[in-house]
Design a protein. Structure first.
Length: 500
């Protein structure tokens, strides 16, 4: 590579990195790319040389294929998570899991100015697995509390493209989305004003219990839910221009699409919070009326019984559960240009409107089995439904990517790239069960052609990102005040592309 080529490559890299911030291998919970060829070169998915599994982000590229092509990729996605807060002052590493992922696409040989294809790929996901101390739920024995989540989504469908002028094409895809939340278990904190029945309990003796209840800023239960699943659909529209000198420009747009996940089950356990409340009521009454602890406890339990609580039934309830996740509206544009006969540079920017898509995550719980919780949540023992709008308040994010491919020979090509970026999660809703804070990555890859069968290999390293929770008014819970969440990711992908 001569000096001019090195200077041009450095300039292209610098301009791209200054153009806009970006995210790492995931942006929010959306995977940046799944093709080994694409991943190796910075996960640039638009304006690339004909790559079948890019058909959802660059559907107009289908007319640029010279022959029928099939691509398949298998990835291992390994996030590494850390967390620390006041109850866990020393950094705790989450249990590490490796998630296998698969993508495949077939593009038919173009017929004149028309082409079509079909593909399948994971959209993304999240997962966390921690055992942590919790100020309320761990109890006097310091029992570790389980924080565990797992979500995934994938899509499959056809795409079509039409060349409407020399060098210009348009394309569209339509996809079915399948999504599931296998686990979502963690302490479940809500504002003290959310349970409508708690005010009535405080007024059983307002002068005595009122001051105590006024100090409750939040109420904590343990939520254990699982087995949500659902289908949705989405679409992509694309435009592409290919010049005679090898320069390519491509852009695409996808709308915001909600995915309803239902069929889940949830258990809400308020035992620890109820015992804390009961203890506080007993202490307040004993001090106010100069009663012994035994006398005060008997009086409090009698009052709670008269209020409608069956203390023998406890405060654990099972529910049918549903929720909703939303894919953000996305716009992206990319370019590819040859710098020398063997060297090609590519770059891409993307914008995702997370502010609309992930403002809240509504957990809809129905058919509760415990009248005590019905009474505390709804002030009505017969009302067994409630919805909690889990606050996320994600922010819109930009992504910038840059990649390079250098052909050493007819049978060997090397790739590299970079991603830098914006984290969509604000400091007042960051929490470890929904890890979405990855911000930068380096990518490497190669293709080796063995006897006409290419082997594609890529490695993406999303570098460690540490993000601090705010110091006050955290919307998820006080346990995240001044907390620190950390994340890195490793993604290894093997693939091949065959033309026939």
């Amino acid at each position: 590579m001569n000096r001019w080529t090195l200077s041009a490559a450095t300039a292209a890299l610098s301009l791209t990195l200054l153009a806009a911030p970006s995210a790492a291998q995931t942006n929010g919970f959306v995977m940046q790319c799944m093709s080994a060829r694409t991943a190796g070169a910075g996960c640039v998915t638009r304006a690339q040389e004909a790559t079948p599994t890019n058909l959802f982000r660059d559907p107009a590229s289908l007319v640029d294929f010279e022959a029928a092509s099939f691509e398949v990729n298998l990835s291992s996605f390994t996030p590494s998570l850390t967390f620390e807060n006041a109850a866990n002052p020393f950094q705790v590493a989450g249990t590490q899991h490796t998630y296998p992922m698969f993508s495949a696409a077939y593009i038919a040989r173009p017929s004149g100015n028309f082409a079509w294809g079909i593909g399948l790929e994971p959209i993304g996901g999240f997962g966390a697995d921690f055992a942590l101390q919790h100020d309320l739920l761990s109890g006097p024995n310091g029992t570790a509390v389980d924080y565990e989540t797992f979500f995934m989504a994938m899509k499959a469908g056809p795409a079509v493209a039409w060349r409407f002028a020399e060098g210009w094409s348009v394309g569209a895809s339509a996809s079915v989305i399948y999504s599931q939340i296998r686990d979502f278990r963690m302490p479940f904190t809500m504002p003290a004003t959310t349970p409508l029945g708690m005010g009535a309990i405080a007024q059983l003796d307002g002068a005595v219990y009122g001051p105590m209840f006024s100090h409750f800023t939040e109420l904590t239960a343990y939520g254990d839910s699982e087995s949500y699943a659902g289908f949705g659909w989405t679409a992509d529209l694309g435009l592409r221009y290919t010049a005679d000198n090898g320069f390519v420009f491509a852009a695409s747009w996808a709308p915001e699409r909600p995915i309803t996940l239902d069929g889940g089950t949830a258990t809400i356990d308020m035992t620890a919070q109820f015992q804390q409340m009961l203890g506080g009521m007993v202490m307040a009454r004993a001090q106010a009326y100069q009663e012994s602890p035994q006398q005060a406890q008997g009086a409090v339990m009698q009052q709670l019984g008269m209020a409608g609580l069956d203390l023998q039934a406890g405060v654990v309830s099972q529910y049918d559960a549903a929720t909703e996740l939303t894919l953000p509206m996305t716009f992206g544009a990319g370019i590819r240009t040859p710098l020398t006969e063997g060297l090609r540079m590519s770059a891409e920017v993307e914008w995702r409107q997370w502010s609309n898509a992930q403002s809240v995550m509504p957990f809809r719980l129905t058919n509760g089995t415990n009248a005590n919780i019905n009474l505390m949540m709804n002030a009505d023992p017969t009302n067994s439904d409630f919805t909690y709008p889990f606050p996320l308040e994600w922010q819109d994010s930009w992504t910038a990517k840059v990649g390079a491919e250098y052909a050493l020979s007819e049978t060997l090509a090397l790739r590299g790239g970079f991603l830098y970026g914006e984290n969509p999660v604000p400091d007042h809703t960051v929490f470890i069960a929904f890890p979405a804070i990855s911000t930068n990555a380096a990518t490497f890859g190669l293709t080796f052609d063995a006897a006409g069968v290419p082997l594609d290999v890529s490695y993406v390293r999303a570098l460690q990102t540490d993000f601090d929770g705010c110091g006050e008014n955290h919307l998820i819970g006080a346990e995240y005040l001044n907390s620190r969440s950390g994340m890195s990711q490793d993604v290894i992908t093997l693939g091949t592309r065959l033309s026939f």
